[in-house]
Design a protein around this ligand. Structure first.
Ligand code: ASP
Length: 320
């Protein structure tokens, strides 16, 4: 058995690209890095890599992490600027015994010393989004913290090794130096090849409060299926946050266990995920939370898939 699961429809092309290799015995590590790089390189996904939306100083600061569920090798970069593929830098850091998590200038110095591709990650399109958001805030008093979609993936290869990875530009118009859950082991991602793995997307400040990816793996270890573990982790955290803080931010998660069974859950209506296994071609599902805390997974239609890309690629008007 082998497989991969990822947050959001944007992971589809990346997963399609690496599937043939995974199918013939490729490693989960190569699959995760390869698929996430594909998402990072695509300029129209405005929450990951090139074309990612900037912070309030109009700088693109990227977070990424890589965790090997067999060796527990872990690497992460936080607030990395001007490098094309944060996931590859994170993977390279995972090979060391210490200095596995680097931030800002330290992360950039490592990336430079190891000859990772330097790139201006701020696109003209991202500048228009920035400009338009400023106009909206002026006019409508919108909160700047909207518009986020981290790519997170869990992979299982034919040898039984599992790897998880994340990559994000974080929250649009965040404070310089702000880091969410995505690069943090246990919060944005967790994987143990003997059990399974999970990864999260949503409001990082809230996801971290539940260390939600670890929690899902812990629940799977207790015997819950990936689907039940995702549902329980999301509803427990959302309830806990609502009870004591009055509200819960967006919480969306995916998981796969060591047998290739998978699950996904969310407390919002528009979450989607991509999955491939030895018995299922790369497929996009939309997640619909039900009132009893369970989820309905709907196969994404061709129309929905096309509309998604069209929406992301349509020409942008500059607001006056
Ligand atoms: N979790 C990410 C963060 O808080 C955002 C996202 O999932 O899009 O940085």
């Amino acid at each position: 058995m082998w497989g991969m699961i990822a947050t959001w429809r944007m992971a589809l092309e990346g997963i399609q690209k690496v599937t043939p290799n995974l199918e013939v015995g490729g490693t989960a590590g190569d699959a995760i890095e390869g698929a996430i790089k594909e998402v990072e390189d695509f300029p129209y996904f405005k929450s990951v890599g090139y074309g990612g939306l900037p912070n309030e100083e109009m700088e693109v600061e990227l977070d990424a992490a890589y965790l090997d569920g067999s060796t527990f090798d872990f690497g992460a970069v936080c607030a990395l600027k001007q490098f094309a593929n944060p996931i590859s830098v994170a993977r390279a850091l995972s090979a060391y015994k210490v200095n596995n998590v680097l931030v800002g200038d330290g992360a950039a110095a490592f990336a430079k010393a190891h000859h990772f591709e330097e790139k201006d990650m701020l696109t003209d399109r991202a500048k228009i989004h920035f400009h338009n958001r400023l106009k909206d805030i002026e006019r409508e008093q919108l909160t700047p913290y909207a518009g986020h979609d981290t790519v997170g993936m869990v992979g299982l290869d034919a040898s039984g090794d599992m790897v998880a990875g994340t990559s994000t530009s974080g929250l649009f118009m965040k404070k310089p130096g702000r880091v969410g859950d995505s690069p943090f082991i246990g919060s944005g991602l967790y994987v143990d090849s003997t059990i399974g793995g999970a990864t999260a997307t949503g409001l990082g400040e809230d996801l971290m409060k539940g260390v939600i990816s670890y929690e899902i793996v812990r629940l799977m270890k207790e015997g819950l299926s990936p689907q039940k573990a995702c549902e329980k982790a999301v509803s427990d955290l959302a309830e806990r946050l609502k009870r004591t803080r009055g509200e819960a931010g967006d919480i969306s998660v995916v998981a796969m266990n060591a047998k290739g069974d998978f699950g996904a859950a969310s407390n919002i209506e528009n979450f989607s995920f991509v999955v491939v296994t030895s018995t299922l071609a790369p497929t996009v599902f939309r997640v619909h939370p039900q009132s009893d805390g369970t989820m309905r997974h709907e196969l994404a239609t061709k129309e929905w898939l096309e509309a998604y890309l069209e929406e992301r690629m349509k020409p942008l008007e500059v607001k006056e």
